[in-house]
Design a protein around this ligand. Structure first.
Ligand code: PAF
Length: 286
């Protein structure tokens, strides 16, 4: 696997990689890689001839008081995992390579960015949309892959790439979970042993709410029970626990169409997000 840092090296590295007619996949990450990221690389290998990954802890998507400075960084271990998974090229841009002096552009995806994560983390999706657009424009992949775990992020990125005509296929990859159901996340590293045990209340509540809704229980009741069970497990605050339309992300107060349960809650100092599909005839995801 080739590793490059400078934007100036990217074009020639890509030229060396892209033989005529070959497809390139891009897997953007912020590092602190886990099996969920490796699933992105493996899916990418099935969809393209060459796989490029990026590791960039993007300051623009962190708000004041968020965990930018303590975000886990483990470049050597990450590079080894990517190489092992069959990644061809790793680009590790510096902040100044992505946001040179005088950088003044923000991409805002109206509508999809405002609620849920957007309300809890103002400006977050502008940072995501801006950096993903820069990475896509720099690498020029045929396909780019993102985890379903950040369901709203995926929707924002799909909208942004379609609106800007970036000509890249955006692929969502199912969430990878630990054996007990907790969605893998780089931020799980912040959890104490006790918080880690109690954190499964979040996926458990999503699962229970899905069953309740699919059994015809009133949505408001199913959501209230789910919120209570998370609070009982020791989560200190719940930013949202909602049933939404999977396309528009608008809240639903009764079952209709393709639905998603989405949630964000904090245990100790760690904010976790998760989501599951709610489909009448789908087999359970976990
Ligand atoms: O999901 C992430 O890791 C980040 O939000 C992304 C898409 C790499 C943009 O920084």
């Amino acid at each position: 696997m080739q590793i490059i840092r400078r934007l100036e090296e990217l074009a020639s590295a890509l030229a060396g990689l892209r033989q005529t007619g070959e497809k390139i996949a891009l897997v953007p990450t912020m590092g602190a890689l886990h099996a969920g990221h490796i699933a992105l690389i493996e899916t990418a290998r099935g969809q393209a001839d060459r796989v490029v990954a990026t590791i960039f802890v993007n300051p623009m998507q962190f708000g004041a008081g968020e965990d930018l400075t303590r975000y886990p960084r483990q470049e050597t271990a990450d590079a080894a995992m990517l190489e092992q998974a069959g990644c061809d090229l790793l680009w590790l841009p510096a902040v100044a390579g992505i946001y040179p002096d005088g950088f003044a552009t923000r991409i805002h995806v109206s509508g999809l960015s405002e609620r849920w994560e957007g309300a809890a983390r103002p400006g977050h999706f502008d940072g995501v949309a801006t950096v993903v657009a820069k990475l896509l424009l720099s690498v020029g992949p045929d396909v780019a892959l993102f985890g379903d775990k950040d369901f709203q992020q995926l929707a924002v990125i799909r909208r942004m790439t379609a609106d800007l005509g970036l000509g890249v296929a955006i692929v969502g990859v199912p969430t990878v979970r630990d054996a007990d159901g907790l969605a893998l996340s780089s931020r799980n590293a912040y959890l104490s042993a006790d918080e880690r045990k109690r954190a499964i209340a979040l996926p458990d509540a999503l699962d229970a709410a899905r069953h309740a809704i699919l059994s015809g229980e009133p949505v408001a009741e199913a959501l209230a029970v789910a919120r209570q069970s998370i609070a009982d497990a020791g989560f200190s605050s719940i930013d949202y626990f909602a049933l939404v339309d999977a396309g528009s992300l608008q809240p639903l107060d009764s079952s209709s169409g393709t639905m998603r349960l989405i949630a964000a809650a904090t245990i100790g100092d760690t904010r976790l997000i998760d989501n599951i599909a709610v489909e009448m005839d789908a087999s359970p995801e976990r």
